[in-house]
Design a protein around this ligand. Structure first.
Ligand SMILES: NC(=O)c1ccc[n+]([C@@H]2O[C@H](COP(=O)([O-])OP(=O)(O)OC[C@H]3O[C@@H](n4cnc5c(N)ncnc54)[C@H](OP(=O)(O)O)[C@@H]3O)[C@@H](O)[C@H]2O)c1
Length: 315
């Protein structure tokens, strides 16, 4: 059903722009672009005229799938209107990710969960998506006992305006490092990676500890991952498992630059962790705007259209 009527809400943003491109590449032809009143009437590079994302416009019907990348507050306000209008909403903010009953989906990991949707599906955080793509096959092979992760996150993760700032200004002027919201001793990003990974992997008790850091890179989040397993896997066995995993590509040196505009999670430097009993260390890089956000959401949309499509009735 690639003739589905799709709305991209937040189409002028960093993730929305990539979403528009991926939809075109995947054969979606009936795509409307929405943003705030600030951008209404502007014309995107592909000629699409941006409409204002008002409650009435989204609730008016005529949208099968609505892909939201507008931020948490705007999502909370606008997503229900799109659902009221009969659309299935796929939201890339953190508004709905941990809500019980709302599927949080990485198609390669828990794609079957799309069937549980009641109008809203959530797309995980841009670090959670690549992390779970790597953890799931290792869990299936040897059981996860604990996970520690340290991130090196690109500035475009903060949106188009922040990425433009990095392009324009000398790196040393940027307040990079720990530009997150704090939740006690943790950043909100660290809490998201733990709770979302537990939900996607359906391992609510899995111990996960994260340290998240912003680095002066435009695109591509990287992660150092320390994994303790229930049973021993040699690095060679782990590479075999990961080499067969969907959306994972083994490379010698996974860098953010190499990951930019690729669809896969690049994984390398797989080695034994000398500080753990059955432990592995690896490094990954993933385009935060692509598989880390837009592509994953389009893949969820395709899964819904192919397997879990049911038009919702308008209120
Ligand atoms: N960047 C990433 O790597 C990444 C990855 C995963 C998830 N996400 C999530 O995706 C969302 C968007 O991120 P982004 O990086 O694309 O941000 P962005 O570049 O700042 O873009 C925000 C988009 O949302 C629109 N918008 C903002 N407030 C709105 C409102 N009240 N009504 C309608 N449209 C509104 C903006 O439209 P105007 O042009 O009119 O301002 C713009 O199109 C956030 O929730 C973010 O957490 C981002």
């Amino acid at each position: 059903m690639r003739d589905a009527r799709v709305a991209v809400v937040g189409a002028t943003g960093a993730v929305g722009g990539v979403t528009m491109r991926i939809l075109r590449e995947h054969g979606f032809e009936n795509v409307r672009a929405f943003a705030s009143a600030r951008s209404a009437g502007s014309v995107l590079a592909d000629g699409t005229v941006v409409e204002e994302a008002t409650a009435d416009a989204l609730a008016a019907g005529g949208i099968d799938i609505a892909l939201f990348s507008v931020g948490t507050e705007a999502s909370r306000e606008l997503v229900p209107h799109a659902v009221r209008g009969g659309a299935v909403a796929i939201d890339k903010s953190s508004a709905y990710r941990l809500e019980p009953g709302i599927p949080l989906v990485v198609p390669e990991v828990n794609g079957d969960r799309v069937a549980d949707h009641d109008g809203i599906l959530a797309n995980p955080n841009c670090c959670t998506i690549p992390l779970t793509c790597v953890l799931k096959p290792l869990h299936d092979a040897a059981g996860l006992r604990s996970v520690r992760v340290s991130t090196y996150q690109a500035v475009s993760g903060k949106g188009a305006a922040r990425a433009e700032q990095l392009r324009q200004e000398p790196v040393e002027q940027h307040d990079i490092g720990f530009d997150w919201t704090w939740e006690g001793a943790e950043t909100d990003e660290e809490a998201k990676i733990r709770a979302e990974s537990q939900k996607v992997l359906e391992l609510p008790e899995l111990p996960i500890s994260a340290t998240t850091v912003r680095v002066p890179v435009l695109v591509g989040h990287a992660e150092s991952v320390w994994i303790e397993l229930e049973s021993e896997l040699t690095p060679e066995q782990a590479e075999t498992v990961l080499g067969e995993a969907p959306s994972v590509r083994l490379v010698d040196t996974p860098t953010p630059a190499a990951s930019a505009r690729t669809d896969e999670v690049l994984v390398g430097r797989v080695r034994r962790d000398p500080a753990a009993e059955s432990g592995l260390v690896l490094f990954l890089a993933c385009d935060n705007l692509n598989k880390g956000a837009a592509l994953n959401a389009v893949q969820i949309a395709e899964r819904v259209l192919d397997t879990a499509w049911r038009p919702l009735t308008s209120a």
